[in-house]
Design a protein around this ligand. Structure first.
Ligand code: SD4
Length: 345
């Protein structure tokens, strides 16, 4: 009997050990811890360097990707010299500064705000939408009301400099929305982009826990129609993250990105085995093929990172750049390959 009892005990222990092992295998489907070398954050454009560094202050200490991208995105949102993101963003045709932002984690949790006014950090409101509501996207007055209920401060975001630029535009008021991503040349140091390098910021981070997150924030096209919403707050267009595959984000003419569900497309192409750069290139080429003539003068750029921390980018026009930050180097800025390599202007 004793033997049978021992056998039963051993079998039960064995069974629970296999259950644990099975549970362990189930858990293994979730992102596994990454080697420190793969912990990384990437961002669009040159102002991504400062954003990455704020994100790295969190990531480098073993913090979470979601916290890192939120902290990073807040940097250009607060930058008064940046007229395409957050405070000091150029207004719409009627003089309103309206902001779009989205955030997404490794597990399909996401939140966004669109056409929100008077709130300096829409990325943080997007995170509250994700974490404190059953919704994904709040827009306009409703987004502002939610932000105020959450304790965000109502502020004037139109700076005298942006107002002056708007008044200058009003003199002709030609309705030709600027994409804030004109073809840019290389500066004297050979770095892509120049002093005027302003655009949407899209960020992707991979943390030491193997988790991915992304954020995207913008004031959209300068002088746009009041109420116009671009790709940045649309999950799947301006931003998409799949914790088991990778993430993607975009910049440029949002309408073109929305038509292709651009960031979702990039992630799906990575799922099918493309590298981040191949995936970005294919997503760009679909726009170019569809818009053969127009693509010569419009800009769209994609930036992607897979769950191994491999990074890639591609744009229609030359001049798109992206910042990469990891344990090796915190201020790298790389030129994106592009379809067209000569300036059209
Ligand atoms: C938008 N993609 O609103 C954003 C903004 C942008 O150059 O990137 N503008 O369409």
């Amino acid at each position: 009997m004793a033997n049978r009892r021992d056998f039963l005990k051993t079998s039960l222990l064995g069974a629970s050990a296999s259950l644990l092992a099975w549970g362990g295998r189930l858990k293994a489907a979730a992102p596994a811890a990454r080697p420190a070398a793969a912990v990384r954050v990437v961002s669009t454009w040159d102002f991504g360097i400062a954003a990455n560094q704020a994100a790295w202050a969190i990531l480098g200490k073993g913090g979470h990707a979601l916290d890192a991208v939120e902290a990073g995105a807040r940097v250009p949102e607060a930058d008064l010299k940046n007229h395409s993101v957050g405070r000091a963003g150029y207004p719409d045709r009627d003089g309103h500064v309206t902001l779009d932002a989205s955030i997404m984690d490794h597990n399909y949790n996401c939140g966004a705000v669109a056409a929100i006014e008077h709130i300096a950090h829409p990325i943080s409101v997007a995170r509250r939408v994700m974490e404190r509501t059953p919704h994904v996207l709040l827009v306009g007055d409703g987004a502002l009301q939610f932000a105020l209920e959450q304790g965000f401060k109502k502020e004037e975001l139109l700076t005298p400099e942006s107002e002056q630029a708007w008044h200058a535009w009003l003199k002709t008021a030609k309705y030709q929305p600027s994409i804030n991503s004109e073809v840019r040349d290389y500066d004297k140091a050979g770095r892509p982009g120049g002093a005027n390098n302003h655009d949407t910021i899209g960020m992707l981070a991979l943390d030491a826990h193997g988790k991915l997150a992304g954020a995207c924030t913008t004031s959209g096209m300068a002088w746009k129609l009041h109420g116009r919403v671009g790709d940045s707050p649309i999950i799947g267009a301006g931003l998409y993250v799949d914790g088991e595959i990778g993430g993607a984000t975009s910049t440029g003419v949002g309408e073109e990105v929305i038509r292709n569900a651009g960031s979702f497309l990039v992630v799906e192409l990575m799922r099918q085995g493309r590298t981040p750069q191949e995936a970005c290139k294919e997503a760009v080429m679909r726009i170019v093929k569809r818009r053969a003539e127009a693509s010569k003068t419009l800009q769209v750029g994609f930036l992607a990172m897979n769950r191994d921390g491999e990074v890639g980018a591609y744009a229609i026009q030359r001049g798109f750049s992206y910042a990469v930050c990891d344990a090796h180097k915190q201020d790298a800025l790389l030129p994106s390959p592009s379809v067209y390599t000569t300036n059209y202007s």
